[in-house]
Design a protein around this ligand. Structure first.
Ligand code: DGJ
Length: 732
């Protein structure tokens, strides 16, 4: 069988079949259309080894003497005897490709297992890989793991992954690649605050805009593992798999299991090139929310949001909420989202989850008076829900205790053990068709009966000891939750859905396939958000990441920040507020209004452009921005506009920042540069700067070519720590 060669956007993937199994022999830079005879890659056979070369298989196998993590683990159970067919010898039986997609089938007829792999190299260079294992034997086959992984080149010597916790999601950690396996395990039953959105291997010191990088993401919202496996022969694989519970997937004869998709990107331009591949994939999706002009379709700009959570929490009073809506509309808000606290029995977080009926005592006339107050002022109305969860103190839990998830085969009403409570709540067993239908019907009814354009879909606990009928069921529950999203979307195609999970604990391409934005974090502290959003934005484009201006003093860190810093931080996302804006008056209100207008003016650029993050020598300074998109992506030729934030995170070592170079602009074009926010006269201007005299260009702006800005830069003002300025670049 001839080798396969997929090519797209500077990336090649070459697969050889000469060993009998499918082997990825290159995933990286584009190799052009002519490949040599791949026999030249035949490797030496070292001492104390099998008498053949060992392929780095698409599904690495112990039967070929692969000593690293195997692609498939499992065994057959025949006549009550487990452990049979423990070692598969998968051989290619079919392989087809059309330049950017391939389907490869490998089979072990003796063991009765076939695996079909689907590969797509998308137009922006993002690779999508999935395997499906099928049992064509006559007895059940227990599948313990089916992993998706790819080899990286030997010059990948460093690893970057992300970790975090509540209010501190997606922070980077780095290490050298050494022999052994680095595994990031998620046992939360949800994606998790600590989940690594991306696993990136790269050349020494790879950065935002330099170095070669190979990166993978597993599109799955349940238990999972992501790993980098460096085996004794020096080869490294990176990838991931669903982490299956004990006997969670037992394939009956004729049944199959499909892995979550592994998305993989290669870049020769550091991490920014990886982001470009992901952004291009997101933005090509038919249902992606894009500004109309950029989409060239029926897109719409991302509306300015006011979310009520940090404004009123559970204190839902119609008069207060109408006042808040009036104040929001006056500022220019376009979407008003009523957060937790509106449904039966929900006065705090101890009761009510599962009873998805508008609380009659709080809302005697239903939500209509509030919805009318919102929509009559030209805003959309959004509603918070948490469909997968239930409080024991709810009518639904009292009526259907057996709909509550637990590890036991015995129903809770007969004494079966439940998992520990978490925020006073439990999980609805969506694998149970009746429970699933009840939840579907309630959310469907709410959407039918009320003029709701948006759901903030929350998920506030881990799925611990998650069982159905006494057997591990995170896998089935995750699929059932996906089905709930899918069916509700189908029934209400005009309704947008946000994925929230105690902040940003469900951020992955599995959930983003069926939602329209994610809530990045419960932390609205702008300083923390700078890091959270920077690293979330590694994969997820800004139009899909909610970023809100929170109260002046953060509710989660007690830090106080000026409005300008909070606003500039929220700007590089899907912008909104989560603040009792009724109390924002005088100069601060003028500044806030000006900023909202500024977001509206620039949102199309922010939500369709190329993300640029500078590699600055000063670690207390960040420069990031968006450059207007160019057809060839990444190469900045033709960039007509850009918006950058210069952020001082802490005091600097040096007295002044000196010249800061600005990457990503068209070297041949001349640009006008202006510092547009906060501007002299804005309430926060004086507090942002500490200098006797600002740099010469600041007052009137400057003109320079993209080349000059990238090579020489501009002297920047002396910013106070935890302050930022917004810079606009316009091609002349
Ligand atoms: C957690 C979310 O992340 C918050 O934004 C808020 O919606 C609360 N849940 C409500 O309970």
């Amino acid at each position: 069988m001839r080798p396969l060669h997929l090519r797209s956007a500077g990336t090649s993937l070459v697969m050889s079949f000469s060993s009998g199994e499918a082997e990825v022999i290159h995933w990286g830079a584009d190799l052009g259309s002519t490949l040599p005879d791949l026999a030249i890659l035949g490797e030496p056979i070292p001492h104390s080894a099998i008498d053949a070369t060992v392929p780095s298989g698409l599904l690495p196998q112990g039967s070929s003497s692969w000593q690293g993590r195997p692609g498939l683990r499992g065994h057959r159970i025949a006549d009550g005897v487990p452990g049979l067919d423990f070692s598969l010898r998968l051989r290619v039986v079919d392989a087809t490709a059309d330049g950017t997609t391939a389907v490869v089938t490998q089979s072990d007829p003796d063991a009765g297992i076939t695996v079909t792999s689907h590969l797509t190299l998308h137009p922006g260079g993002l690779l999508e890989l999935r395997h499906t294992a099928s049992n064509h034997g006559t007895s059940p086959f227990q599948l313990d793991e089916l992993a998706t992984m790819l080899p990286v080149a030997p010059d990948a010597v460093e690893l970057l992954d992300l970790t975090g916790r509540w209010c501190r999601e997606r922070h980077p950690q780095r290490r050298a690649i050494q022999q052994g396996t680095w595994v990031r395990t998620g046992r939360h039953g949800r994606t998790g605050h600590d989940s690594s959105l991306l696993l990136a291997a790269g050349t020494a010191g790879f950065g935002n805009r330099h170095g070669k990088v190979w990166a993978t993401h597993l599109a799955w919202s349940g238990n999972h593992e992501q790993f980098a496996d460096n085996v004794a022969d020096g080869r490294t694989m990176i990838g991931g798999s669903e982490l299956l519970g004990s006997a969670e997937v037992v394939l009956q004869p004729g049944e199959g299991y499909t892995t979550p998709a592994l998305f993989a990107a290669y870049s020769e331009r550091g991490l920014d090139g990886i982001s470009e591949a992901f952004y291009s994939w997101f933005r090509a999706r038919p249902h992606h929310v894009l500004p109309a002009a950029a989409a060239g379709t029926a897109g719409k700009p991302r509306p300015v949001v006011l979310n009520t959570w940090e404004a009123v929490y559970f204190d839902h009073k119609l008069d207060t909420l109408i006042e808040l809506a009036e104040s929001a509309a006056e500022l220019g808000v376009e979407r008003f989202v009523l957060d937790d606290g509106w449904f039966r029995g929900r006065r705090d977080d101890h009761a009510g989850l599962g009873d998805w009926y508008v609380d009659e005592t709080l809302w005697p006339e239903g939500l209509t008076p509030l919805i009318d107050a919102v929509t009559s002022r030209g805003m959309e109305f959004g509603l918070w829900v948490e469909p997968e969860m239930v409080n024991l103190d709810s009518d639904i839990a009292r009526a259907h205790p057996d709909w509550i998830v637990g590890p036991s085969a015995v129903s809770p009403k007969d004494g079966g053990r439940l998992a520990l409570e978490w925020r006073n709540q439990h999980i609805v067993d969506l694998v149970n068709p009746e429970a699933w239908q009840y939840i579907f019907d309630r959310i469907d009814a709410l959407l039918r009966e009320n003029n709701i354009s948006y759901l903030k879909w929350d998920q506030n606990r881990d799925l611990l000891e998650h069982g159905h009928g006494g057997r591990a069921s995170v896998h089935e529950q995750t699929l059932a939750a996906y089905r709930l999203f899918d069916e509700l979307r189908k029934a209400h195609p005009g309704v947008e859905i946000e994925s929230c999970s105690s902040g940003g604990a469900r951020v992955d391409l599995g959930i983003l396939e069926r939602t329209d934005r994610i809530w990045g974090s419960d932390c609205n502290d702008a300083l923390e958000r700078q890091t959270i959003q920077r690293w979330t934005g590694l994969v997820v484009p800004p139009e899909l990441v909610g970023g809100h201006i929170g109260p002046t003093t953060s509710h989660t860190t007690a830090r106080t920040h000026d409005l300008s810093f909070r606003a500039i931080t929220a700007l590089f996302g899907h912008f909104g507020m989560e603040w009792d804006v009724r109390g924002v008056r005088g100069a601060e209100r003028v500044e806030l209004k000006r900023f909202i207008a500024l977001y509206k003016e620039h949102r199309e650029l922010i939500h369709s452009g190329t993300m640029v993050r500078a590699d600055l020598p000063d670690e207390s300074l960040m420069l990031h921005g968006v450059v207007s998109a160019t057809p060839d992506g990444g190469v900045p030729a033709g960039a007509t506009a850009a918006l950058f934030a210069l952020v001082r995170t802490r005091t600097a070592f040096a007295e002044q920042p000196g010249r800061v170079t600005v990457p990503g602009l068209d070297p041949e074009r001349n640009y006008r540069v202006e510092a547009i926010f906060p501007a002299p006269g804005d309430a926060d201007y004086a507090r942002t700067h500490t200098q006797v005299q600002p740099p010469a260009w600041l007052a009137g702006g400057a003109e320079a070519t993209g080349r000059f800005l990238a090579q020489v830069g501009l002297p920047m003002p002396v910013l106070n720590p935890e302050h930022a300025i917004l810079l606009r670049f316009t091609a002349l």
